[in-house]
Ligand binder design. Structure first.
Ligand code: C2E
Ligand code: CA
Ligand code: CA
Ligand code: CA
Length: 279
């Protein structure tokens, strides 16, 4: 009987430590996380590929879970999308990014573009555009300083509704970026019709350049195509100077990745940005 108890305990603790216990805890906690102010934004710079100077930044959400610590978005964004919690979560993210930006500008920081990630689900709800415009107005942020990142899969699943919302946002001066570009097989004709200003080349193509000839060719082709379409290119996941140099030589406009700047808390980001601007 003693052994049985021990086995049972081991089973129980394995289960508790395992994936299912974790996702249960996440699901019940996520609902309260927004109200309890447990979400936080980290900021990662995008730099000009020619001189390494800050060209913009991306806001990335984190969850400061009271027991689990800092939970990365991959572990709760899909859950938020399934449960519909993505709507209040995204509202919080947009507001916090604009609020933080205004705080920095008020403190004398030169205004730079700030990018926020959108979820497909947000285009299903009414009033996305109104909400974005109202948030900009609330914090006195110029629309030209806001960039909205949508994934390539959202472009492919393009509904009339999404298309119209993006066109409206864009005509106010907001920049639209396609995230994770190249993995979703969107067609060139889809891209040409789409109201888009920026293409972010997916990290999977950047990882093995310049060594991998086919990744190098794909990256080069995406940059060349973007130039013809007059679209700005950003490479994500740049971790080495070799990757940076390859991208710069092939005409990629902006670089984002650990090599220049990891996602940082607001305070640390400000310190990084001030130093970057002095250099
Ligand atoms: P993403 O939008 O493609 O963001 C880039 C991810 O790559 C971030 O992961 C970033 O920390 C990471 N990264 C940046 N540079 C490097 C690098 O040099 N090397 C490597 N290995 N990784 C790098 P993170 O912050 O964990 O975010 C993961 C994903 O979660 C994001 O991918 C985005 O799809 C989603 N996400 C993050 N914040 C939000 C948000 O506020 N709303 C929505 N809807 N999704 C978000
Ligand atoms: Ca993004
Ligand atoms: Ca991406
Ligand atoms: Ca991604």
């Amino acid at each position: 009987a003693k052994d049985l108890g021990k086995n049972r305990y081991e089973f129980y603790s394995a289960w508790m430590n395992g994936h299912s216990a974790r996702s249960l805890a996440l699901e019940s906690g996520l609902r309260r996380a927004i109200e309890r102010n447990e979400l936080a934004l980290h900021y990662q710079a995008k730099v000009d590929s020619h001189n390494g100077r800050i060209a913009g930044m991306e806001a990335l959400v984190r969850w400061r879970h009271p027991e689990l610590g800092l939970v990365p978005p991959d572990q709760f964004i899909p859950l938020a999308e399934e449960t519909g919690l993505i709507v209040p979560l995204s509202r919080w993210v947009l507001n916090e990014a604009c609020r933080q930006h205004a705080e920095w500008v008020n403190a004398g920081f030169p205004p730079v573009r700030i990018a926020v990630n959108l979820s497909a689900r947000q285009f299903v709800e009414d009033g996305l555009c109104e909400e974005v415009f109202a948030t900009l107005a609330l914090h006195g942020l110029d629309a030209r300083l806001l960039e909205l990142e949508i994934t390539e899969s959202m472009v492919m699943a393009n509904t009339e509704r999404t298309f119209e919302a993006l066109a409206r946002l864009r005509s106010s001066g907001i920049r639209i970026a396609i995230d994770d570009f190249g993995v979703g097989y969107s067609s060139l004709s889809q891209l040409k019709q789409f109201p888009v200003d920026v293409i972010k080349i997916d990290r999977s193509f950047i990882r093995d350049i310049p060594g991998d000839p086919s990744d190098a060719a794909i990256t080069d082709a995406i940059i060349a195509m973007s130039k013809r379409l007059k679209v700005i290119t950003v490479a994500e996941g740049v971790e080495t100077p070799h990757q940076w140099h390859f991208l710069r030589e092939h005409g990629c406009d902006e670089i984002q990745g650990y090599y220049f700047c990891k996602p940082l808390e607001a305070q640390a980001f400000l310190a990084y940005a001030l130093k970057n601007m002095e250099e």
